[in-house]
Design a protein around this ligand. Sequence first.
Ligand SMILES: C[S@@+](CC[C@H](N)C(=O)[O-])C[C@H]1O[C@@H](n2cnc3c(N)ncnc32)[C@H](O)[C@@H]1O
Length: 371
Amino acid sequence: MTDRARDAVVSAIRDHGPISFAEFMQHALNGPGGFYEDPRIGPSGAFVTSPHVHPVFGQLLGRAVRDLHTLLGRPEPFRLVEIGAGDGTLARQLLDELGGRGTRYTAVETSPGARKRLAEIRDLEVEEDLPAAADVVLAHELLDNLPVRVVRGDREVRIGLEGERLTEVVVPLDRSLGSLAAAARPRLADATFDEGPVALAGDNGDEADVVVPVGAFDVVDRISDMLSPGFALLIDYGDVGSTGGPIHGYRGHRIVDDVLADPGSSDVTVGVDFDAIARRAEMRGLRAFTPVTQRDALVALGFEHWVRTELERQRTLLDEGAGTQAVRTWSDRSRATLLVDPAALGRLRWMLLASPTLSPPAWVGIERRGV
Ligand SMILES: C[S@@+](CC[C@H](N)C(=O)[O-])C[C@H]1O[C@@H](n2cnc3c(N)ncnc32)[C@H](O)[C@@H]1O
């Protein structure tokens, strides 16, 4: 399985020379033998995401989606689209939570293995590509897996071959990528970029890599075409004004530093620069709200109330002599606190995009100022 992804990378390089990091990611993640051909998500896979940790995640996110449905004037059918739905754990939780709202839930997945699993879920439509329209779009841990290109100074970092080994090769930057890099990190760009020399070194003269999220930009463009009007809620790792860390891999619940060593065997991911995504969305006519941490979002949606209710339940079980059940309640509740732990899943960010005519719900951040 792993060799097929490597073979695809090698033959692409032999065919058209050093490939962009985005093309490398496509092969390593989404192509034949790629890491996501069959999703390795969940307790027995390479990593778990919030809905696997505890179903209260889906309950509270379901509350958020219900708010969006209400703000849209309760359309029926309610067209909810989840992009990158993985093994469908979140879809199951949300379908439970949203039952009775005339929800038409479409799960979009590029992975054949994931589509097979999603097809087992009742009341779920499964697609390989995005539908033309939606009321609400969700993307949970999608953007940090989408292809990126990498710019270093006035060059692009590509992937080439040194003997049999995959290696970084720097090539001159083409103008369209230069413009995208400037848009991704405006403060890094030379003001006269369009006419003058390409100068993407940082303000302090260093040559930090600029990650250009070409895949995420494409998805944001497509989402903007789907909403008329509508909301998109993007939940991911990342930061505002930077990616928050370098490109890295993930395998067997551990970080992999050298993602070129064995394409297809590990995830390849980089945090989302929510500022770059917001600017792209605004360019496409959407409003972008300042991302809030998952901790703040879940607390605003009632996480603490849920904890108190579970604590009450645990006490009642103990009073009734149901010790084993009481211990289970306690351990479930402790696991759920990972969802809001700033050192764990609580550091994920939630960013809402909205058509300009719509008001935001209470749990969202303030609208960004100054583009
Ligand atoms: C990190 S996984 C997250 C899965 C799920 N949302 C979760 O949180 O458990 C990313 C998923 O996005 C899918 N994916 C990647 N690119 C995609 C695209 N352009 N459209 C739809 N799905 C995509 C992958 O196949 C993979 O299942």
